[in-house]
Design a protein around this ligand. Structure first.
Ligand SMILES: [Cu+2]
Length: 72
């Protein structure tokens, strides 16, 4: 299992949270996706053999949000 946090500066409200969580949660191997509105971050637990980070980023960007990068 891979744990990763992404920085998504455009997150601003509950709509953003549900859009992003709704797009990422159905991807294969995604165990957890949790958007933090205040921090503008997305916490992930996923199986990198099923879905790559690039695919998760693409799913978020498809919803109209730019992913700024990963948070250490
Ligand atoms: Cu929003």
């Amino acid at each position: 299992m891979t744990t990763q946090t992404l920085s998504v500066p455009d997150i601003s409200c509950g709509h953003c949270k549900s859009s992003i969580e709704g797009a990422v949660a159905p991807l294969p191997g995604v165990e957890k996706v949790e958007v933090h509105i205040e921090e503008k971050t997305v916490d992930l637990d996923y199986d990198a053999d099923s879905t790559t980070l690039d695919e998760i980023v693409a799913a978020i960007e498809e919803q109209g949000y730019d992913v700024a990068g990963t948070v250490a």
